[in-house]
Every structure is written in C-alpha cells, then in structure tokens.
Design a protein around this ligand. Structure first.
Ligand code: BG6
Ligand code: MG
Length: 216
C-alpha cells in the first residue's frame, strides 16, 4: 500500500454514539405506525441515507405511501432524532476517539469527517470538535450515498489527496463497501458479520491500534 496521508472518519457510530439515537428515532416512528422494526433490522440502516432507511422500513412492512406521507414520516423520525441530539455534548464522544484524533493530528496527518447524515453540522457543533478537522463532508455533499464511493472520493479531493493515500474508519457495512470501492484503506469498527470485509477490523474504537494500520 502507498503512503497514508489522510484519515477519514464516519460520524455516527465511529466518533459518537448517535447511531443509538437513530435507532430510537426509527423505533418510535415504527411503533406509532404499527410497523415492525428491531435492532437486527436496524443494522441495515447504518451508513444509509434517511430516505433510503425509510424505504427499507416501508418495504419490509409492505406499506405503500404517497410522496407526501413519505416526506412526513421522514420528517417525524428526524424530529425525534433531533430531540435526542438536544442532550448531547463532548461527553458523547466514543471512548478512545479523542486520543486517536490527537495522535494523528500531532503526526501531521490530514483529518476529515465523511458522514451520510444531514445532521452532521449540528452533531459536530454539539461535540465541539469542528476545529480538529481539515474538512467535513455530509449528507448534502454528494448525490449518491454509501455504498457508492462518491462521498469518500469527494472528501479525498477536498483534502487534496489521492484515494490511495486515505484511510476510512467505518462502523457500517455500506461504509466499508464505499471505502473499498473508493480504493482506500478501510478500517471496520464492529463485529465481523458487519465489517469483516474491511482491510483492518477492531471490535470498538477503544480497540483501534493505529500502529497496525500505519505500519503496513
Ligand atoms: C448515517 C447513519 O450516518 O446517517 C444512518 O449511519 C442515518 O443510520 C444517516 O440514516 C442519515 O442521517 P440523517 O441525520 O440525515 O437522517
Ligand atoms: Mg456510522
């Protein structure tokens, strides 16, 4: 592998624990609408855009809706999610992430966030971490979401780096797919079942061994 110069982080589930709030938001909506939804099905939602998540939920429940209803359902879920976001602060950074970011920054590497979320700027602001990153890409940056490589390629371009020089940290199956499709080094955070196809895999952020990735 070539020289690694840029480190790109997914947000929900890698930097912070908001993946849980996405789940709770969808669960509340599903319960209200008498639709089935559980944690196992929620695994499919990791890294996937809001509208695509909603379509998966509707399809699994054989629910046909009008475009207006579809919009309302997505908005309602987002409102629930935003309620949970009200209470987040720097305390919601996942254990170990700050140390990783500081280590990489001290070594002079470029840092970025690349998230499918349209709430990225709110979350980043609440966590107070904006100044640590050279660039931040979110759910508004590109049209095609993960597993397409577009968001990561867009981020590499903003960092002025070749994709081969970039490392991606992801907790989502679709995110690891996107990083591989972008020709980047993929680091999966989570169980083998979900991110076992990444070049490196760690059970949690706390278990990440940067040396293993950097000394390849
Ligand atoms: C991703 C999450 O980061 O953002 C997904 O992993 C979520 O679960 C997606 O659906 C879109 O988020 P938002 O905030 O735009 O609804
Ligand atoms: Mg994620």
């Amino acid at each position: 592998m070539g020289e690694l110069k840029g480190y790109i982080f997914d947000l929900d589930g890698v930097i912070t624990d908001t993946a849980e709030y996405h789940y709770l938001g969808w669960k509340k909506l599903a319960d209200e609408e008498n639709m089935e939804f559980d944690r196992e099905f929620n695994e499919k939602f990791r890294g996937v855009s809001r509208m695509e998540c909603l379509d998966l939920l509707l399809e699994a429940n054989n629910r046909k809706v009008t475009p207006e209803e579809r919009k309302e359902l997505a908005e309602r879920k987002n409102n629930y999610y935003r309620e949970y976001l009200k209470n987040i602060s720097r305390d919601n950074l996942l254990d170990g992430i700050e140390e990783i970011l500081n280590t990489l920054k001290d070594k002079g590497f470029k840092l970025a966030i690349a998230s499918a979320s349209k709430n990225t700027s709110i979350v980043v602001k609440k966590l107070g971490i904006k100044e640590m990153f050279d660039t931040i890409s979110d759910g508004y940056s590109v049209k095609k979401s993960k597993p397409a490589p577009d968001l990561f390629l867009h981020t590499a371009e903003k960092l002025n780096l070749d994709p081969k020089e970039c490392v991606v940290f992801e907790d989502a199956e679709a995110g690891v797919d996107a990083a591989i499709a972008a020709n980047m080094t993929a680091v999966g955070i989570g169980p083998k079942k979900r991110v076992g196809h990444a070049h490196y895999r760690f059970d949690s952020v706390q278990d990440i061994e940067l040396k293993k990735i950097m000394n390849n």
